[in-house]
Design a protein around this ligand. Structure first.
Ligand SMILES: Cc1ncc(COP(=O)(O)O)c(C=O)c1O
Length: 281
């Protein structure tokens, strides 16, 4: 396969920007008019359903539509469970708490992402640590990450500590840019090698699969966004987005192995489900 022009350009330069534009134009052709990043489209039974919510009074964080949404999302993605919370940022925040990220920890996030990925880390009082993405996938570069972690991590008390900053490195958060999957199998291997839990920022990747597996089912926990600019959007107080996970994993989730229903996910964080849904950070 011939590499795209963007793969040849040195990163962070005007030549890179030109190369990226040329690569996009080679797919889309010359733009005669502005190409929107997203355009909300309401073409089905949305009015009917919204009216039904209002008529029945279920306009907040509970009701049959929320339950159906969680069930259908889990079934569609193949995730073990899905929990609806107020937005993708809240879902990421909770996911990080679930894998044990604490204030003062360091969390690896991609240099190329929406700011919410890093914000969710900061909300905990942890520190986002930016790692390179690879040009062909626009997701975290597994080889570079592996080399970097091998260089900076020293094992102390069962956890990896960054010997330069002295902070515990607590998780890795790959993101699938515009729905293009990052190299998840390789990243999972890197995380396993360095004993780091992986939280997926799958905000932009509803419907994307890798080897037949849905984005968001590779990590211990994942977050999807249903913001107005995403593949599917939802109503709710602010907007309703969700968090989902594959299945209870005792290594990471400890007491969650006894989990019986999706509704207990947020409780593991000592955040009651209602508070999780109403997160407004
Ligand atoms: C990569 C990424 N992460 C997180 C988010 C946050 O999602 P939300 O806007 O639902 O909080 C978004 C989208 O806004 C996003 O694109």
């Amino acid at each position: 396969m011939t590499p795209s022009p963007a793969q040849h350009a040195p990163p962070g330069t005007a030549a890179t920007a030109d190369a990226v534009i040329a690569a996009v134009q080679s797919v889309l052709g010359p733009a005669e008019k502005f190409i929107p990043l997203h355009e909300p489209e309401f073409a089905g039974r949305e009015w009917e359903y919204v009216k039904d919510c209002i008529d029945t009074g279920w306009v907040s964080s509970a009701g049959t539509y929320v339950d159906r949404f969680e069930r259908d999302l889990a079934a569609y993605t193949g995730a073990g469970h899905a929990v609806a919370v107020v937005n993708g940022t809240a879902a990421l925040h909770l996911a990080l708490l679930l894998v044990g990220v604490k204030a003062g920890d360091e969390v690896i996030v991609p240099t190329l992402t929406f700011v919410a990925t890093a914000n969710a880390v900061s909300h905990i009082g942890a520190v986002p640590h930016f790692a390179d993405v690879s040009m062909p996938t626009l997701g975290l570069d597994p080889e570079k990450l592996d080399r970097y972690l091998a260089d900076v991590l020293t094992m102390q008390g069962g956890g990896g500590v960054n010997r330069i900053t002295g902070r515990r490195v607590a998780a890795v958060v790959p993101m699938h840019t515009f729905g293009h999957p990052a190299e998840m199998e390789k990243l999972a291997e890197v995380c396993a090698r360095h004993s780091l839990p992986m939280v997926e920022d799958a905000a932009e990747s509803l419907g994307s699969t890798l080897g037949g597996r849905h984005c968001g089912t590779f990590g211990a926990v994942a977050a999807l966004s249903f913001n107005g600019n995403k593949i599917v959007t939802t109503g709710g107080w602010r907007n309703m987005r969700s968090i989902f996970r594959r299945r209870p994993r005792s290594r990471i989730h400890g007491s969650m192995t006894t989990m019986k229903s999706a509704s207990t996910i947020a409780c593991r964080t000592s955040t009651p489900r209602s508070a999780a849904r109403n997160w407004s950070g």
